[in-house]
Ligand binder design. Structure first.
Ligand SMILES: Cc1ncc(COP(=O)(O)O)c(C=O)c1O
Length: 340
């Protein structure tokens, strides 16, 4: 490997890699896209993505396996979620085949930046779809850019598999009950910056959001989904129209049932019933599985398994998921895409 980075201590930061993919949508269709070395987007000052938030993004990873090859985890699911987000914001869909082909092009072109097997690092891939062009009224763009860039990353939350603590946001929501919470659009994240900052100032890893209609049920954990393990071996995770349907979460629901023999449950998670859970965690592409040590809700601090040690079920889920992603454990059919 020609590139020499501190692979074990990457953190989660932007790094400008040599190549990215770019395609334009004009005259009602996608033009042929390709790789470019230009890391700056060129767009008009009136582009709807800048003014009215007509933009969407995705996040997925490429993994280096023991034999040195590189693979993707369920990129078809990211393509489909981007299509659902595009529908919600009246943007053109990026076809699944075009999406996966573009992801592979970016990974191949920057292959030496895929961290070595065993370092804990991965190549984080960021697809972005934005409305551009000369429009000033509130209406959808006629033209779009679809771009994908990537960078090597390590842990998203500083603890890794060490539990960290989270603060329930009582003053702010990230999304409205039937707004854009289930879509991966920048506006949700803009809304999360202030509560996130307040939580981090108090030394919490991030915010836990409650459902925006009643503020009684857990929705999301910052940029990750919530799960809890009950005494009766249930894997429980919230179901709501205002949370982002996490691909990691749906993968864990499957693995919990088919590999660990747990009962998968998607439903309400009342903030008043945390005692049900022996363990809890946050899950997502960036977060992987990050154990939750404790949750601060008003004056009450609720500790799950332990503030310093990951629980046994969470660890098993982590080993199964990351084993599949890094190619050490057999994957359910269709989950792994090789980048040849
Ligand atoms: C708000 C939010 N929730 C959940 C997730 C986890 O989703 P996934 O597992 O598909 O990465 C993410 C990250 O993509 C997110 O930004």
């Amino acid at each position: 490997m020609a590139v020499n980075l501190d692979w074990e201590n990457l953190g989660f930061s932007y790094m400008k890699l040599p190549y990215r993919y770019l395609a334009y949508y004009r005259n009602g269709q996608w033009e042929k896209g390709g790789l470019t070395e230009d890391a700056t987007l060129h767009l008009g000052e009136s582009s709807p993505c800048l003014h009215y938030g007509q933009q969407a993004f995705e996040g997925l990873k490429a993994y280096r396996t023991k034999d040195g090859s590189v693979q993707l985890f369920r990129p078809d699911q990211n393509a489909e979620r981007l299509q659902r987000t595009a529908d919600r914001l009246l943007m053109p869909q990026v076809p699944t085949e075009m999406f996966i082909d573009a992801v592979k092009q970016v990974v191949r072109a920057n292959e030496e930046y895929v961290p070595p097997y065993g370092s804990g690092g991965t190549l984080y891939i960021r697809p972005l779809l934005i409305g551009i062009g000369d429009i000033i009224g509130v209406k959808p763009a006629d033209e779009y850019i679809f771009t994908i860039f990537a960078m090597p990353v390590g842990n998203y939350f500083k603890g890794g598999l060490t539990p960290t603590n989270f603060l329930v946001s009582e003053d702010f929501d990230r999304a409205a009950p039937y707004g854009t919470g289930a879509a991966k659009v920048g506006g949700n994240y803009a809304a999360s910056l202030l509560p996130g900052k307040k939580a981090k100032e108090k030394d919490f890893s991030d915010v836990i959001y409650l459902d925006p209609a009643t503020h009684t049920k857990i929705e999301e954990v910052g940029a990750a989904n919530f799960f809890g393990i009950t005494k009766d071996n249930e894997f429980v995770t919230p179901l709501s129209p205002s949370i982002l349907p996490s691909i990691t979460k749906y993968s864990l629901l499957y693995l919990a049932e088919h590999r660990l023999g747990l009962k998968p449950v998607e439903g309400d998670v009342p903030i008043s019933e945390l005692d049900r859970f022996t363990e809890a965690g946050a899950c997502g592409t960036a977060a992987v599985i990050s154990p939750i040590g404790g949750i601060q809700y008003g004056d009450h601090f609720h500790v799950f398994y332990s503030e310093s040690e990951v629980g046994p079920v969470t660890r098993k889920l982590y080993d199964e998921l990351t084993g599949i992603q890094f190619g050490d454990v057999e994957a359910p059919e269709g989950w792994i895409y090789k980048v040849d």
